[in-house]
Design a protein around this ligand. Structure first.
Ligand code: Q0Z
Length: 287
């Protein structure tokens, strides 16, 4: 726990501290969730992989949108960032039909007001990525909303700006990742406003916790796709007949090792930086 910092929030697998009036410290733990339940077993270095990937994408997308990153701490899991006034919507972009997007499409033929062609299969690539905002649920799952409701929540001109920036960020990262064998099926951004009311990308960005990462080599539309990072843990959980309620099961050492290796593999494929080099000096991802 960082010294002289006030704890101001907890996510499922992250902690947030105030450093001073203007700066926050975002700390990514090694906790992992499967089927929305945090497991009692940690994945060593998972928080460092996610922090490094977020930093990597922040550094590479700053021409598309300013972001909250100030620095990465030497521990590799802590991000010093500017404190923002966060917007009350989750900015989801989908390039493929999966999760709640697939559910909504099946029920209505549309996702967040985007009517899609008939006959799409689960995990199909969309002709163009779509912006599908959601409200931040205080409990349970985020709720998909249409663009009219989202525009009410943040104002029409800011809504148009976050939608455009979100699509541009997704296109940039998805194309880059695809060339390195990873499909970013969808992703969630969170934006805020700085003291001058400028739009700033916050939170984590384009990590496997805020996105669906799929191995491109195994991509077979027509069903659910394996998760690049969590599939070993999910498969193991499925062998147990666990009912997916708290508490989650402990993971055996081989599942922990296999899962850690997948996180490190995602980091190294996307950044083209050896993970050991990141551990020695986390700022290498910002160069
Ligand atoms: C992020 C969250 C976490 C719990 C608030 N730059 C920022 N300025 C103001 N607020 C936030 C940020 Cl990133 C902010 N969250 C999400 C992260 C633990 C909640 F690590 N909440």
């Amino acid at each position: 726990m960082p010294e002289a910092a006030l704890h101001v929030g907890s996510g499922k697998v992250r902690e947030l501290y105030a450093l001073d009036d203007d700066r926050l410290l975002l700390v990514a733990s090694d906790r992992i969730s499967t089927f929305d339940v945090v497991l009692p077993t940690e994945i060593p270095d998972k928080g460092r992989v996610l922090t490094g990937l977020s930093g990597f994408w922040f550094a590479r997308t700053r021409e598309i949108c300013a972001n909250h990153l100030l620095s990465l701490r030497p521990d590799g899991r802590s991000t010093e960032c500017r404190r923002l006034e966060m917007l009350p919507i989750e900015c989801v972009v989908r390039g493929y039909l999966s999760g709640s997007g697939w559910k909504d499409y099946n029920a209505t033929g549309a996702v967040c007001g985007h009517t899609l062609p008939a006959g799409l299969t689960e995990s199909a690539e969309l002709a163009e990525p779509i912006f599908t905002p959601a409200t931040k649920a205080t409990t349970g799952h985020d709720e998909n909303i249409d663009d009219e409701r989202a525009a009410e929540l943040v104002g029409k001109s800011l809504y148009d700006e976050v939608a455009g920036v979100s699509i541009a960020l997704y296109r940039f990262a998805a194309e880059d990742a695809r060339a390195r064998g990873i499909i970013i099926a969808d992703t969630k951004f969170e934006f805020g406003l700085d003291e001058e009311n400028r739009l700033v990308l916050g939170d984590e960005a384009l990590t496997p916790d805020s996105s669906r990462f799929w191995p491109a080599d195994d991509y077979r539309p027509g069903g659910a796709q394996p998760s690049f990072d969590k599939q070993y843990a999910r498969d193991y959980c499925e062998t147990l007949g666990w009912d997916k309620t708290e508490p989650g099961p402990e993971l055996p050492a081989d599942v922990v090792a296999g899962t850690r290796a997948r996180y490190v593999e995602a980091f190294e494929r996307l950044t083209e930086i050896a993970f050991d080099d990141y551990l020695a000096n986390p700022s290498v991802v910002l160069a």
